[in-house]
Design a protein around this ligand. Structure first.
Ligand SMILES: CCC[C@@H](/C=C/S(=O)(=O)c1ccccc1)NC(=O)[C@H](Cc1ccccc1)NC(=O)N1CCC(N2CCOCC2)CC1
Length: 220
């Protein structure tokens, strides 16, 4: 297992987006995963439409929430994903305008990863970025650095947000003879949030439930 890994360096991650005043985090998490897996499989990085999920995924609830596992199934049923610039984001649910001839990628299934951060890191290196559910309590006031809140302040059972793990690393603090392993997480609250839109969270003790709901699409 490499000591650190970052899919952004391999051109598999698109720019950070802003979901706006719409509870569509689940759609950004899933689209980010599919963009990454497609890039790893084909060498081509494309931006797919979160708005298509908000409008056309009838299993989930648009701006009122959703689950990645539902979304993968919905994309299979819808018949694929249009590009971001063909079906742009509006931060509100509107009539589904999916055009089957504009489908650029097809989902044929999904995998739920083991609830084990070492297995997740190995899977990430071999396959691509991972969609996860996370308790966002520690993200509301995050300004940067490696977030490692007390368990009782960020319960693994209180998952309420969908985000994307794009890599992992280890921070060294020789002065204190300390090393901190962390996950690199892509959020969907704009580039000005956190570290240019990213969140680094401690890796190794299921902080904020990072290993509770890890999943990925399987592309055809
Ligand atoms: C109102 C929805 C808010 C939205 C994310 C909004 S958010 O703006 O990113 C944010 C998150 C946390 C703090 C502050 C702001 N949250 C979700 O979509 C979360 C994301 C999530 C939760 C658990 C595991 C994985 C992913 N999901 C949810 O909110 N839900 C899960 C699906 C559920 N459906 C009910 C009907 O039957 C189908 C399922 C609806 C509630």
């Amino acid at each position: 297992l490499p000591r650190s890994f970052d899919w952004r360096e391999k051109g598999a991650i698109t720019q950070v987006k802003d979901q706006g005043a719409c509870g569509s985090c689940w759609a950004f998490s899933v689209i980010g995963n599919i963009e990454g897996i497609h890039a790893v499989n084909t060498g081509k990085l494309e931006e797919y439409s979160e708005q298509e999920l908000v409008d056309c995924d009838t299993i989930d609830n648009g701006c009122a929430g959703g689950l990645p596992d539902n979304a993968y199934k919905a994309i299979e049923e819808i018949g694929g994903l249009e590009l971001e610039n063909e079906y742009p984001y509006k931060a509100k649910k509107s009539k589904c305008s999916f055009n089957k001839t504009m489908s650029h990628v097809k989902v044929k299934g999904a995998v739920d990863l083991p609830k084990n951060e070492t297995a997740m890191a190995l899977w990430l290196v071999n396959n691509g970025p991972i969609s996860i559910g996370i308790n966002a309590n520690a993200m509301q006031f995050y300004r940067g650095g490696i977030s490692h809140p007390w368990k009782l302040l960020c319960r693994a059972g209180g998952i309420d947000h969908g985000v994307l793990i794009v890599g992992y690393g280890v921070a060294e603090y020789p002065l204190f003879n300390k090393t901190l392993p962390y996950w690199i997480v892509k959020n969907s609250w704009g580039k000005r949030w956190g570290e240019q839109g990213y969140y680094r969270v401690f890796r190794g003790d299921n902080t904020c439930g990072v290993s509770e709901m890890a999943s990925s699409a399987v592309l055809s």
